[in-house]
Design a protein. Sequence first.
Length: 121
Amino acid sequence: MATVILVIDDDPLRLATLGEALTTDDTTSVVARTGEDALREMRRGIAPDVVVIDLDMRDGYAVLIRLECAISDTVPVIALSSEPRRLLEAGIADAVLMKPFEVGQLRSCVHRACEEPRAGW
């Protein structure tokens, strides 16, 4: 069964790019432009194995908090931001990446998240 990666970003181009870049033979990306879209996907039965969220969204931190309440404690969260203070706010995330970043860096974070239990982060 493929690993499900939930990608949340309000920038349509970046969302499409990340969704495509993270989809492989072993992974499926589900993309959402808002926190509400992400939660709607989860209500439809999507159970993410990893969440990638852009904290630079207008309500990025609030979405992160809502998702933390909705996902299992075992689901790793990777936060993205161009602002260091937002990454500091993301203390509940398991990994953070400063924008701009290389897609390979994000793939490595996702791979690590899939390979190691959340407690090991």
